[in-house]
Design a protein around this ligand. Structure first.
Ligand SMILES: [Zn+2]
Length: 473
């Protein structure tokens, strides 16, 4: 089955300028707003001309908004009528990852062509994440065209360096915090995979996660000092042996697994659909140890309850079979649940690795704060998604990758990661950060309908919506 078979209500917003929306995305994909960690390689003139293009393409939004530029990031404020309502924030990023040098020729349509062929729009950023950036602007432009203004103040944020160091979003979040602005909800890219719910005990049902938090990230270095020497006398062992034992001890004794509230919420949501009586029984009894054991045994679930460890780098092995290695180093990459912090993990690993192995943190990001699934934003988003995607059961989950959204957690309790552009899995897998990035016109337009309805329901008043219905009749 294809994801597009799940699309329903595609005739909504019949007066949405679909052809125009497609042209606007094609245009946006032609700007090579590529992000590099080495900022001297960034072509800022591409960002300048991309922004000029957006201003020209979305005149209603840009004339209604107070536009603040922070570096090359854009923070737009569309003032709402009702000051009692906390503002909402919709976001995406302007930057795209580089096209790997030498792979340009492998693209069926050039990475910055914006070609439209076989029902697909082609180019770097078509799925990550210019479709959402342009989609948000399409929605706001459409709604302003019909309602003139919003009831709730809406912020739009388009960062410049999400793919690298996130300076833009830090500055924007800092600005809101400094001005005492609290947000009702944030909507950013993320999650959106469709999966069979078999592992949840509901075979044949389809679940789709809404990202409500992100795991933490730690690169931990393990080092062992040694003199080396002739391998015929390994009385004290070798650095390689000691390092290996340290790594094994750590990955065999990960910090305790936990079932978070969002996992329980997901299980409660799926309960009516569960056909596996054992699973249903565990959920009914809220049998945490048994559920954890179940989750840990399933590839699609274990990372939801467990801080994971992946040894990824090793350095310093001997160059010859009869020579003992000298100093050696390894790196283990961890993804942390919100029950562990980089510091608690470091203490845990030091104890396991033994006195001969030095453990230190090379990179560390705490897990983000899980958003409240009872919050207004989450409660409004789910029915909108159900309106446009048949059969999907939406559940709260962790976001797979890291996004800029976490930086707004200091001003918001409900930070949602959900890109409503449900492309077929093989297309996303190949295209996102890869070759032949593209999006189907159908997935793109359906995503815009979701954004429009969500923005309309949450940020435009009910009376005004009724007005419009009457006008249309
Ligand atoms: Zn992205």
């Amino acid at each position: 089955m294809k994801n597009s078979d799940l699309f329903i209500n595609e005739l909504d917003y019949a007066d949405l300028n679909a052809e125009g929306a497609v042209e606007h995305l094609r245009g946006a994909l032609r700007f090579a707003t590529t992000s590099y960690v080495d900022t001297s390689r960034i072509r800022y003139e591409a960002f300048e001309s991309f922004q000029a293009y957006l201003r020209e393409t979305y005149p209603k939004v840009f004339s209604a908004a107070e536009v603040k530029r922070i570096g090359y990031s854009l923070l737009l404020r569309l003032p709402g009528q009702n000051a009692q309502l906390k503002p909402a924030l919709f976001m995406a990023h302007q930057d795209v990852v580089p096209v790997v040098p030498g792979t340009e020729g492998n693209w069926t349509h050039g990475p910055f062509s914006g070609d439209l062929a076989d029902g697909m729009i082609w180019g770097r950023g078509a799925m990550d994440i210019k479709e959402m950036l342009v989609g948000i602007l399409e929605s706001a432009e459409y709604l302003l065209g019909h309602h003139k203004s919003f009831e709730r103040t809406v912020y739009l944020f388009f960062g410049e360096d999400e793919e690298t160091c996130s300076t833009g979003v830090r500055a924007a979040a800092g600005y809101l915090k400094e001005h005492g602005i609290e947000l009702e909800f944030v909507l950013d890219e993320g999650a959106g995979d469709v999966m069979d719910a078999a592992d949840y005990g509901a075979r044949g049902e389809l679940v789709c996660p809404i990202g409500v938090f992100e795991k933490g990230y730690v690169d931990m270095k393990l080092s062992v000092k040694a003199q080396g020497g002739h391998s015929s006398n390994p009385f004290h062992g070798t650095s390689l042996g000691t390092l290996s034992r340290g790594i094994t001890a750590i990955i065999d004794h990960l910090p305790e697994a936990h079932l978070s509230d969002s996992v329980f919420t997901a299980l409660e949501r799926l309960k009516p659909h569960m056909t596996d009586m054992h699973m249903l029984d565990m959920v009914n009894r809220r049998d945490e140890p048994a559920l954890i054991e179940w989750f840990l045994a399933h590839e699609s679930l274990y990372h939801l309850v467990q801080t994971t460890a992946a040894p990824t780098m090793i350095q310093g092995g001997s160059a010859a079979g009869n020579v003992m290695p000298q100093d050696m180093e390894a790196v283990i990459n961890f993804r942390l649940t919100n029950y562990d912090t980089p510091e608690s993990l470091l203490a845990h690993c030091r104890q396991l690795a033994g006195s001969e192995v030095q453990c230190s943190l090379v990179q560390q990001i705490c897990a983000s704060r899980p958003s409240d699934t009872d919050a207004y934003g989450y409660r409004q988003l789910v029915p909108v998604l159900e309106h446009y995607f048949d059969r999907l059961i939406f559940i709260p989950a962790q976001n797979r990758g890291a996004t800029d959204a976490r930086h707004f957690e200091c001003v918001c309790r409900c930070v949602l990661r959900f890109g409503p552009f449900l492309e077929e899995e093989e297309v996303s897998r190949e295209g996102i950060h890869g070759t032949n990035e593209r999006i189907s016109v159908r997935a793109y337009l359906q995503g815009i309908r979701v954004l429009t309805r969500f923005m309309e329901k949450t940020c435009v008043t009910a009376e005004k919506i009724e007005d419009r219905m009457e006008n249309q009749e």
